[in-house]
Design a protein around this ligand. Structure first.
Ligand code: ATP
Ligand code: MG
Length: 762
C-alpha cells in the first residue's frame, strides 16, 4: 500500500505544501526509524475503539420491534448500573484502606517494639532487619504479581484509563484479573513502605468495575451472565468506564464533583447532560458508601466524617484564611512546584527509557522493585538516626510516635514521618502545631522523598503518584512556611504545606480543574479555593513550558496512539488527500464469500468502504479500481460475524436469525479470520452488505483540511473516515491512528522526541 500520489488523482488541484517553519514533527514518513526498537511493536497492539453507532438495518429493526418500552428499560438499567458501580468501587476502596491499616499497624507496632527494646546503637540492626523483612515480603509478592501475572496493573493506571477514554483499546486493562492484581499490588506497595499511594489506582479499579458490571460477563472467569447484553458496544462501555473512573476519584479523595470533572477533563470526547448526571450519581454513591462504612469502622457510625481514602483532616478555623500579601508567595510556590514537577518528569522519563532498554525481563523488574524497597527503608532508617530531630512528646498528631535515639519524654520527628503511612505524614505536615519539624528535617525529608518517588514511579509495582507528590510538596511547603513565619510570627504554616502539596502535584500531573476541585473538596474549605487555583495554574504553566505531564510522558513512551486535544497548529493547508491511505480496499454491496475471505486474510484493515456494484471493476491485483461510488462502511468485526454465522443470501434460515444480538455475542473479542471455517462450495455464495453496513458513515471531501478531519475524529469518537472526491467516489480511508501521527511535540529536545517518533507501522 502506498501513500497517495496526488498528481495521479487530481491533476488540476493545487495542494498546499508544508509550511517550512512548522514547529512540529509530522510522522507520516513511512520510512521513519525508531531508536527504541520496541515502540512499533508496542503501538501495534493498541487498537482503536469505535464509538460510532452503526445504524444499519438490524439496528433499526431492533429499535422498531422493541419500541419505547425498551428505551425506558435500557435507561433504567443504566442508572442501576451506575449505582452498582459506585457501590462496588467504594467497597474496593474500603477493602484496600482497611487492609493497609491493619497490616501497616501490625508492622509498625512490631518495629516500634523492637526499637523500644533496643534503646542503644549497637542493637539497632535488629529493628532494621525486621523492617526490611516487613517491607520486602509484601513488595516481592506485589511485584511478582505485576511482573508475571498482569503487567498492565503496573503503576497507577491513570495514563491507561486516560487512553481508554481517549479511544484506544488497551489490552486486558479492564479485566477482573487486572483488578485483583491491582488491589493486592497497591496494598503490598503501601504496606512495603514504598513511595506510592493507593489513591490513583482507585481510578483504575473504578474503571474495571464499571466495565465488568455493565457488560454482564467476565473473560477472566469465562462466564456470561447474559445480563445487560444491550450495553455491549464500545460507546456504552466507554460511558460506564467514565463513570467508574469518576467513582474511583470520588472514593479516593472524597470528591464527587472532582470525580465528574476528572472524567470530563481527562477523556470522554462526547459529553452530554444525561451522562453527567449519571456519572455524578455514581460518584456520590461511591463517596457516601465509603464515608458511612469507614465512619462506622472508626467508631463514629452515622457521623460521616471519613470523606475519602485520603483525608486531609480538619484545618483549624483560622488556618486557611489568607491575606492578599500572601498571594505572590503562593505564585512563587507554584513556580517552584512547576519547576520541580518538570524536573521530575524529565528524570523519570530518562529512567523509564533506561528501564525499557535494560530491564526487560520480569525477574529483573522484581529485583529492581525489591532493591528500591530496601533502599527506601534504609534511607528512612538512616535519616531518622542521623538527623537529630528530637521533639517533646505530645506535639505531633502521629498516633504512636517513635522514641528512636531520643531521650525519654521526646520523640524522633523524622522517624515519625518514615514510620507511618504517607497519608498520615501529609496530615502531620498540615496540622502540626508549629515547631515540631525543624527546617533541616523538612529539607532532608523533601529531598529524599522526591528522589525516591522519581525512582519508584514506573517500577513493576502498583502504586499511584498523588500521595508521594503531596507528601514531598507538603514538606517543602512547610519549609517555606517556616521562613514566612520567621517574618510574620502569626502565620499558620499548615496552609503553606497545603499550597506546597498542591503545587508539587500540579507540577507533576498537570491536571487543573479537576485537581483544584479535588483538593478543595478534600480540604473541605471553599475559602481557600483561590490560592489553590492560582498555585495549580502557575505550576501547570511552568511545568508545561518544559515537559509533558508525567502521564503523557509514559503514554508516549509506551507508544499508545493518543489523540491530542487540538489539531497541530498551522496545518490547515494539509488536505485529506495527503493524510489518507490510498487506494482504498473496498467491497461491492453484494459481495462473494470468497472475495471477502481472501481480502480479510490479505489485509488487516478494520474497515472497508462499500461501493455501488455498477461502478466497481477489478484491477489486476484483485482490488477494485478506485472511484466506486460510496454506499456505506462495513467493519471487519461485522464481516467476521457474518461469515461465522454463515449469513449468506443462499442460506435463508441464517438470514432471518441474524439480529443485533448475533453481533453483540462476540463483543469485544471477535474471532480471527483464520479460525472461520468456510467450505469451498460456499465461496461462490454472496453476502448482502447493504443490510449490515453503516449506511451513513462520516465522509470528508478530498479537500477537507487536517484540522477539520481531526475535530470530527475527536468530537465524534470515530475510528474511520472515508475520503471521497467531487463525485462521491471513494478515494481513500483515514483512521484515527493515522491522525495520531500528526502530533505537535511541544517539547522537542527536552522530552527526547527523537526517541519517541512513532513509526508508520502502528
Ligand atoms: P486501528 O487498527 O486501531 O483501527 P489502524 O490505523 O491500524 O487503526 P487499520 O484499519 O488497521 O487501522 O488500517 C491500517 C492502515 O491501513 C491505516 O493506515 C489505514 O489508513 C489503512 N486502511 C484502513 N482501511 C483501509 C482500506 N479499506 N483500504 C485501504 N487502506 C486502509
Ligand atoms: Mg490496525
Amino acid at each position: 500500500m502506498s501513500r497517495v500520489n496526488i498528481s495521479d488523482l487530481f491533476t488540476n488541484i493545487n495542494y498546499g505544501t508544508m509550511a517550512p517553519n512548522r514547529k512540529y514533527a509530522l510522522f507520516n514518513n513511512r520510512e521513519e526509524s525508531v531508536p527504541i526498537g520496541s515502540l512499533n511493536i508496542l503501538s501495534a497492539k493498541y487498537e482503536s475503539l469505535d464509538y460510532e453507532v452503526v445504524e444499519n438495518y438490524v439496528y433499526r429493526d431492533e429499535e422498531r420491534k422493541k419500541g419505547y418500552k425498551f428505551v425506558v428499560k435500557k435507561n433504567f438499567a443504566r442508572w442501576v448500573t451506575f449505582f452498582w458501580i459506585g457501590l462496588i468501587t467504594a467497597t474496593i476502596g474500603i477493602i484496600i484502606d482497611l487492609s493497609i491499616e491493619v497490616i501497616a499497624g501490625f508492622k509498625f507496632s512490631h518495629v516500634k517494639k523492637s526499637i523500644d527494646n533496643c534503646g542503644q546503637y549497637n542493637c539497632l540492626w535488629k529493628p532494621y532487619l525486621l523492617l526490611l523483612v516487613f517491607n520486602i515480603v509484601p513488595v516481592f509478592i506485589g511485584s511478582m504479581l505485576v511482573s508475571y501475572v498482569e503487567p498492565v496493573a503496573l503503576g497507577s493506571g491513570i495514563p491507561q484509563v486516560k487512553c481508554y477514554l481517549n479511544g484506544v483499546k488497551i489490552p486486558r486493562l479492564v479485566r477482573i484479573k487486572t483488578l485483583f492484581v491491582k488491589v493486592i499490588g497497591v496494598i503490598t506497595t503501601v504496606v512495603g513502605g514504598m513511595c506510592g499511594g493507593k489513591e490513583g489506582p482507585m481510578i483504575h479499579a473504578g474503571a474495571v468495575v464499571a466495565a465488568g458490571i455493565s457488560q454482564g460477563k467476565s473473560t477472566t472467569f469465562n462466564t456470561d451472565f447474559g445480563a445487560f447484553s444491550y450495553f455491549r458496544e464500545d460507546h456504552e462501555k466507554r460511558d460506564f468506564v467514565s463513570g467508574g473512573a469518576a467513582a474511583g476519584v470520588a472514593a479516593a479523595f472524597g470528591s464527587p464533583v472532582g470525580g465528574v470533572l476528572f472524567s470530563l477533563e481527562e477523556g470522554a470526547s462526547f459529553w452530554n447532560q444525561g451522562l453527567t448526571w449519571r456519572i455524578f450519581f455514581a460518584s456520590m454513591i461511591s463517596t457516601f458508601t465509603l464515608n458511612s462504612v469507614l465512619s462506622a469502622y472508626h467508631g463514629h457510625p452515622g457521623e460521616l466524617t471519613f470523606w475519602g481514602l485520603l483525608n486531609f483532616g480538619k484545618f483549624v478555623d483560622f488556618a486557611l484564611s489568607y491575606t492578599m500579601y500572601e498571594l505572590p508567595i503562593f505564585v512563587c510556590m507554584g513556580i517552584i512546584g512547576g519547576l520541580l514537577g518538570a524536573l521530575f518528569c524529565h528524570l523519570n522519563y530518562k529512567l523509564t527509557v533506561f528501564r525499557m532498554r535494560y530491564l526487560v525481563n520480569p525477574w529483573k523488574k522484581v529485583l529492581e522493585a525489591i532493591f528500591v524497597c530496601s533502599f527506601t527503608a534504609t534511607v528512612g532508617f538512616l535519616l531518622s538516626l542521623w538527623q537529630n530531630s528530637c521533639k517533646p512528646l505530645g506535639l505531633d498528631p502521629t498516633k504512636d510516635p517513635l522514641q528512636l535515639n531520643c531521650n525519654d519524654g521526646e520523640y524522633n520527628s523524622m522517624a515519625s514521618l518514615w514510620f507511618q503511612v504517607p497519608e498520615a505524614s501529609v496530615r502531620s505536615f498540615f496540622h502540626d502545631p508549629t515547631g515540631s519539624f525543624d527546617s533541616s528535617t523538612l529539607a532532608l525529608f523533601a529531598i529524599a522523598y522526591y528522589s525516591l518517588t522519581v525512582w519508584t514511579y514506573g517500577l513493576s509495582v502498583s502504586a499511584g503518584i498523588f500521595i508521594p507528590c503531596l507528601v514531598t510538596g507538603a514538606a517543602w511547603g512547610r519549609l517555606i512556611g517556616n521562613s514566612v513565619q520567621n517574618l510574620f510570627p502569626a502565620t499558620d504554616v499548615g496552609r503553606y504545606a497545603l499550597i506546597g502539596a498542591a503545587s508539587q502535584l500540579g507540577g507533576v500531573v498537570r491536571m487543573t480543574i479537576s485537581l483544584t476541585i479535588i483538593l478543595i473538596e478534600a480540604t473541605g474549605d471553599i475559602t481557600f479555593g483561590l490560592p489553590l487555583m492560582i498555585t495549580l495554574l502557575t505550576a501547570k504553566w511552568i511545568g508545561d513550558y518544559f515537559t509533558e505531564s508525567i502521564y503523557d510522558v509514559h503514554i508516549q513512551l509506551s507508544g499508545i496512539p493518543l489523540m491530542a486535544w487540538d489539531p497541530p497548529s498551522l496545518s490547515s493547508n494539509i488536505y485529506a488527500s495527503e493524510v489518507m491511505s490510498h487506494p482504498a480496499t473496498v467491497f461491492k454491496s453484494k459481495e462473494t464469500v470468497g472475495k471477502i475471505v481472501d481480502t480479510l486474510k490479505k489485509y488487516t484493515y478494520n474497515g472497508f468502504p462499500v461501493v455501488d456494484d455498477v461502478y466497481a471493476s477489478e484491477t489486476e491485483e484483485g482490488n477494485y479500481k478506485p472511484n466506486g461510488r460510496l454506499r456505506g462502511l462495513i467493519l471487519r468485526s461485522q464481516l467476521i460475524v457474518l461469515l461465522k454465522n454463515k449469513v449468506f443470501n443462499e442460506v435463508p434460515a441464517a438470514w432471518d436469525d441474524v439480529t443485533l444480538t448475533t453481533f453483540r455475542q462476540d463483543y469485544p473479542r471477535y474471532s480471527d479470520i483464520e479460525s472461520v471455517e468456510i467450505l469451498d462450495s460456499e465461496r461462490n455464495y454472496t453476502v448482502d452488505l447493504l443490510r449490515f453496513m453503516n449506511p451513513s458513515p462520516y465522509v470528508v471531501q478530498h479537500m477537507a483540511s487536517l484540522p477539520r478531519i481531526f475535530r470530527l475524529f475527536r468530537a465524534m469518537g470515530l475510528r474511520h473516515i472515508v475520503v471521497v472526491n467531487d463525485s462521491n467516489e471513494v478515494v481513500g480511508v483515514v483512521t484515527r491512528k493515522d491522525l495520531t501521527r500528526y502530533r505537535e511535540w511541544r517539547h522537542r529536545g527536552q522530552i527526547g522526541v527523537e526517541e519517541l517518533k512513532i513509526s508508520s507501522k502502528i
